[in-house]
Design a protein around this ligand. Structure first.
Ligand SMILES: C[S@@+](CC[C@H](N)C(=O)[O-])C[C@H]1O[C@@H](n2cnc3c(N)ncnc32)[C@H](O)[C@@H]1O
Length: 385
């Protein structure tokens, strides 16, 4: 029988299990969401993933059968609690219940596997952001705003250009010729992005997919409201929009709308496909040219693999306690990708927002550690999703 001792973290009051002989801790099935209650997991001496029955403390190599309930987007959207609203806790590990004992080992080699590393070891470490304050799902309903009346609710239209877009249901090219408004976030989604920035003083954002600049205006107007100036550096804020078809398919109207709204100084457009742009943007961070992003909005190509690619890079580019929003989760391909994230990215927490039914908001809890201590991923496994 393994000699595990159940302990309670003095900081978070959460239980965890500790083995004094091996100096290892592990967590409950909350951390490997596909495990049925009451199972946890840890690593064996041969580095294999071991499953632990928390009632008997016996370990076994095979995953427990029966009773298991995979965490799916639908379940998670209704059951996950939103993150702490204190907005002052600077350490994500503490905020999300990782015992101090384990936080200290999170980036150490705790096995001899050469895979033991964080994927961001090569990125300069910055101070994590405070735990983000996320608006509650009912915040707009309380104001009488519904999915039906949101389109003409002026409180949700933060720029004159957006008001004109939603009123005419048209956007205008450089010659003033009207084009049907056929792609863009809805006012509830836009306002949710806007509020994420304003409530958390986010200054560095990125979006994949710009189209007519609807989401871009919501984000850049928030920077302006916060009193920032455009660019990168102290008290400066910037949105980087990745879209290979901005000048072609969208006739430059996205960048133009941001400019018409008086927000050009905050906007940088990268006209490249995501699979070329994101490695380039990541390399800017690795080389120290800029800090990691605070919020990343994924709304580009909605295929499963493109969405996963966007999330993969967004994770590397995002600061701890930053936020990733994925739009259009009702599309089967995007939804399937979200199921993958929920079952295989333990370092993200899904939180509820006013637009949870159409867009998923994730908070980054800590940096991914491959083959590190519990809560992290083994280098050659995945959980079915
Ligand atoms: C739904 S629209 C984005 C709407 C925008 N976020 C808004 O609210 O105004 C999807 C965008 O993804 C862009 N897109 C398509 N393939 C892409 C790729 N491989 N990389 C980046 N963006 C892509 C399209 O050009 C299009 O502008």
């Amino acid at each position: 029988m393994t000699e595990w001792v159940k302990k309670v973290s003095s900081k978070t009051n959460k239980p965890y299990f500790f083995n004094a002989a091996t100096n290892k801790s592990f967590f409950t099935n909350d951390d490997l969401a596909s495990l049925p209650t009451p199972w946890g997991f840890t690593w064996g001496p041969d580095k294999a993933l071991l499953y632990v029955d928390l009632t008997t403390m016996k370990t076994q190599a095979e995953p427990p059968q029966g009773g298991g309930k995979k965490r799916k987007l639908d379940d998670a959207a209704t059951s996950s609690s939103s993150s702490s609203s204190s907005g002052t806790v600077a350490n994500a590990a503490v905020a999300y219940g990782i015992p101090a004992e384990v936080q200290g080992t999170a980036t150490k080699q705790d096995t001899n596997a050469h895979h033991t590393h964080t994927e961001v070891d090569y990125i300069k470490r910055f101070t994590p952001l405070p735990v983000p304050v996320i608006g509650q799902p009912d915040e707009f309903t309380k104001q009488g705003i519904t999915e039906k009346n949101m389109w003409n609710n002026l409180d949700l239209q933060v720029t004159e250009t957006l008001r004109k877009t939603f009123k005419d249901y048209k956007v205008y090219d450089a010659q003033g010729v009207g084009v049907k408004f056929q792609a863009g976030v809805n006012p509830l989604e836009g306002m949710t992005l806007h509020n994420h920035i304003k409530r958390n003083n986010f200054r560095y954002c990125c979006e994949i997919g710009c189209a007519y600049g609807t989401s871009a205006q919501y984000m850049c107007q928030a920077f302006k409201d916060l009193g920032f100036t455009g660019g990168v550096g102290p008290n400066k804020a910037q949105l980087v929009s990745v879209d290979p078809y901005q000048d072609t398919q969208w006739k430059g109207i996205g960048a133009l709308n941001v400019e018409r709204a008086g927000l050009k100084e905050f906007h940088r457009v990268v006209q490249m496909k995501d699979f070329l742009a994101l490695p380039m943007l990541l390399s800017e961070i690795v080389s120290g040219t800029r800090e990691r992003y605070h919020m990343i909005f994924i709304d580009g190509m909605h295929l499963f693999d493109y969405t996963l690619l966007d999330f993969f890079y967004a994770d590397l580019m995002l600061e701890v306690n930053g936020v990733i929003v994925v739009d259009d989760i009702k599309h089967p391909s995007v939804k399937k990708c979200m199921d993958y994230i929920l079952t295989n990215y333990p370092h993200y927490r899904l939180v509820q927002t006013p637009c949870s039914s159409s867009a998923a908001t994730f908070v980054k809890r800590f940096d991914d550690v491959i083959d590190g201590p519990p809560r992290c991923r083994r280098w050659n496994t995945h959980s079915d999703f």
